[in-house]
Design a protein around this ligand. Sequence first.
Ligand SMILES: [Zn+2]
Length: 924
Amino acid sequence: MPPGKAVLSSFGSASLAHSALDKKDSTGIPHILEHSVLCGSRKYPLKEPFVELLKGSLHTFLNAFTYPDRTCYPVASTNTKDFYNLVDVYLDAVFFPKCVEDFQTFQQEGWHYELNDPSEDITYKGVVFNEMKGVYSQPDNILGRASQQALFPDNTYGVDSGGDPKVIPKLTFDEFKEFHRKYYHPSNARIWFYGDDDPNERLRLLSAPQESRVERQKLFSEPIRIVEKYPAAEGGDLKKKHMVCLNWLISEKPLDLETELALGFLDHLLLGTPASPLRKILLESRLGEAIVGGGVEDELLQPQFSIGLKGVSEDDTQKVEELVMSTLKSLAEEGFDAEAVEASMNTIEFSLRENNTGSFPRGLALMLRSIGKWVYDMDPFEPLKYQGPLAALKARIAKEGSKAVFAPLLEKFILNNPHLVTIEMQPDTEKASHEEAAEKEILDKVKASMTKEDLAELARATHELRLKQETPDPPEALKAVPSLSLQDIPKKPTHVPSEIGEINGVKVLQHNLFTNDVLYSEVVFDLSSLKQELLPLLNQLIGRKTGGISVYPFTSSVRGKQDPCSHVIVRGKAMSGRTEDLFNLVNCILQEVQFTDQKRFKQFVSQSKAGMENRLRGRGHGIAAARMDAKLNVAGWISEQMGGVSYLDFLRALEEKVDQNWAEISASLEEIRKSLISRQGCLVNLTADGKNLTNSEKYVSKFLDLLPSTSAVKASSWIAQLPSTTEAIIIPTQVNYVGKAANIYETGYQLNGSAYVISKYISNTWLWDRVRVSGGAYGGFCDFDTHSGVFSYLSYRDPNLLKTLDIYDGTGDFLRELEMSDDALTKAIIGTIGDVDSYQLPDAKGYSRGATLPSELFLLLQTNFLSVIGKFFLLFPRLQDFKEFAGAIDAVKDKGVVVAVASPDDVDAANKECCNFFEVKKAL
Ligand SMILES: [Zn+2]
């Protein structure tokens, strides 16, 4: 492979799910099947080949996802041999899975009754069952599902392909098998490759014609209105917790590419930036806290448009509906501001040209765009050819004016379109407990209808399933999964060119990489001179996005040091011809913004609050992790102040304070700016090709000239940690997020490269098997922060609480008793190399070698990075290292802090069982 050239290939098989002929229900067959086919196949008859691939391949992507009408099985790798291995396992899984003959896989991934002992209650278990309970605990998800189902009452989009936990237990094994027989056929698959491998080799692997269809939803003749409930906690002003969302089904027929592109522009004009009129007017109306509905959605057969507000007062829902309609109407009449049209055009054109998919494989992003048409028998390449339609659209706007282009779209597709579904969501404090009670009633009935023999049989089956789940695959089955050998992998980490220079006394890092004429820049400021009590307010100063610029804090512990490293990073990108504009804009954001608009500020606080509440429900494991870190070190405390439960508390108080004492807040914001924006401790990181790097220097120099050179006196170092109590953060949910963590450096553990391999191995074996497969949680994993030394366990959408903690505590013994073949060890090493040296687009390469390792710490950390990673590449771990690591992580069992984000009922039960184990904190 020539240097600098990456092979990146993706494979996707998409199979059509429901058709009009199918029985329509929300048992989630497509989703359960997605999980189940990855549990063993004809050529690979082990329990989970998928997990074996996770453990031991260089994949840059390996997953599967279910849409309302298709399921995708994508893999990607930059190593061709590895890539074909992945394709082979996936093809066999999709077409010849064991699950269609294996009732126990269906039980494990779908649902089953669990009864450990005939004297106990029967419960439902199943990975998808629990995953979907988590989904149905989040109001935004309930709203999204209700919108889609109401828009499409007549076709397959009217049911939930993911599965409604109330309906999943109605699914039978026969229906499940029949679904696979009918739809998982080569003639119903679309297969996609991307990369520079040999096309003949691909064809050798497969061939596939196709047939299948989703019926079109006919447009309604008049609008409808629906009221739904969502689970909410007691307390707070429930009257102000309504949500209202307007949803249009845009068209009966699929749109041509130019119209679709124009709709994308319109969407960006309406909602794309904080200044976009529909977004701005809705938020400034103070009728609600944050926007719901994602604007134009076009990944199904027929496109939709959704918009609304949450945090709306009971009496204002009508007003929100009227405001949406009147705003759209006046925009159709008056048109958009010419500057806004140009800005949207630039943004969209830039993103089409840059095609920056982050860590998501580029080939896979193209596949998803293509498959959205191909699956309906349209040309798979057409959605990729944006240049022609884009030029045509630009020419039309130039000739006829933007109003002539956009007003008819607004009128036809939205204002005069009767297929409008308005959904009002009302908070219901009893919904969660009602649903739990209803579930229990069903299960009690099931139990009552069983004879003593039935119950004994069920307990036996429960036991048998668990035994199967906990018995490892035989070595011959494991050997069947193809994998790489150590000779196939690189001996050194990927080289990224870095030069350190100086402009106006400021350290400037330059990375000479091909970036397709884009300049990426990061300006890093030192945060350590800020007063401790001002930290949470920092986000309110910097958390605004403008154009291609984003600003955010970065905090980390530093190995072997007491003080954390904490910075604010200003990230921007532009076509290199616009470098001057980019730095002018950065300067303007940092130095010229005035803190005078009290109304706007309050709006921003309310939005941040709504965003945090959403995170608490959807990403409870992240909240628990931040909380544990805050109990263990200063860097964790800082992050929690700016993004955890403490931050939510702060925002709630701040929202009230804006009205009472705006002068003080405004002065604090100014103080933050003064202590932050300075040439002292500043660092600039640039990524582009050589010529553009040189050109940018004069603009960087001018920008640095404008920065003040002095900084406020350095505040005495921050000293703060949360008390190490065992905490349960209570939210209205049916699933839990359970965490336990400790600093293992305190036990004297010395970091070496094997830690990466071992912690990944624990996640993929012990925690996967116990927390997910037999525990029934959607996920369970561990994480080791090599900077702070914090080793943490976390679970995701977990039905258990104390039981999961017991599993965590068993990890040390698991490692001590571990037997491991050389093959398994090699697999674990290869699986880790993909993580420590992952595939990156050029901006990420420059960024990860520069801005995440900032200023005076850069050299220090850079050295550590290379020595740790370098050693890792040179010195592969042995089984003995795994056993020794057990001693270090026993610290988590013995002294670890515990935080769970959990449902009130489960916490009550745990506190009864284990005398007031948790200190309870109510967060929602
Ligand atoms: Zn799933």
